[in-house]
Design a protein around this ligand. Sequence first.
Ligand code: FE2
Length: 372
Amino acid sequence: MTTSTSLSPTPADLIAINGTDHVEFWVGNAKQAAYYYQKAFGFQVVAYAGPETGIRDRASYVLQQNKIRFVLTTALVGDHPVAKHVLDHGDGVRDVALWVEDAAKAFRLATSRGARAVREPHVVEDAHGRVTLASVATYGETIHTFVQRDGYQGVFLPGYLPREGLDVAATGLEFVDHIVGNVGWNEMNTWVEYYQQVFGFHHFANFDDKDISTEFSALRSVVVANHNERIKFPLNEPAEGKKKSQIEEYIHSYGGPGVQHIALNTSDIVDTVRKLKANGVEFLATPGSYYDGLARRFEGLAENLAELKELGILVDRDEKGYMLQLFTKPLEDRPTVFFEIIQRKGSESFGKGNFKALFESIEREQDRRGNL
Ligand code: FE2
């Protein structure tokens, strides 16, 4: 990636992005992963592409819950980019696809401002309409595909056929709140500038190692957002601590930078977390002492404190309101990508006030893995 400092200031809506279109994971076994995300998280399989639809080298399952759409793709042959990605990274996020008005323009602007081209604009179509796609690289081997839908009426994209999955109950997950990238030592500012220069994003918030450190480990984080703030990308880099930070553990385990977590919004976190736990989803543990004095710190909390404590849900606030959050354990054996479940009650916080309690919980897990 290269950026030039001689570029003119970027207009706020340099690339008009409506929101997250979908997130594609490249996985070792999409059939089994689809079962897990259905049974554990309540996603519905809605579409499929693979040998039965004329695609010989891979299979993709499209899962949906409200506005959240995940694609799980696996390779059907050994010598394949998806197989290589899984070999290097384990199961992980390959593509954070962005829903745009004009994919060719987005691609042209992004590449002219320093983004590396991955796939030139191209049109795919079927009886339900046409979609224009184009892709550029971001941190690590992660990409952004621009998706221009032009009122496409099919179930996902041309090439995918409708498919029904298991009969599972939804868990109340509604939309992607933010997607976090982990980058290497001293690389955070490069990637913040990338999103500012290439995409015209603005600085939304930042946290330094005083906000985010424990006795042992630390990180720095900056949040960038697009004009309408439907896209928020916190970018983390490790900071010096006494022991190995969770970001270093991630980079080591993932084999480089990549998506660390996807925050999924719910309008009833107590109900959602209760359902997820009943489905077997594992969450990071919150120490009971976290709840001592919580009611005093958060006057006007509508939730039942005993329920929050029972479920381990964390609370943070800013001047605009409060928010509730909880983090799953990693979704695969490598300690890499995980989900955050988040409910916002006015607050725009990312949980800064919880970082210490959260990190101590993560460190206990790192220690169990022998990675602290
Ligand atoms: Fe988060």
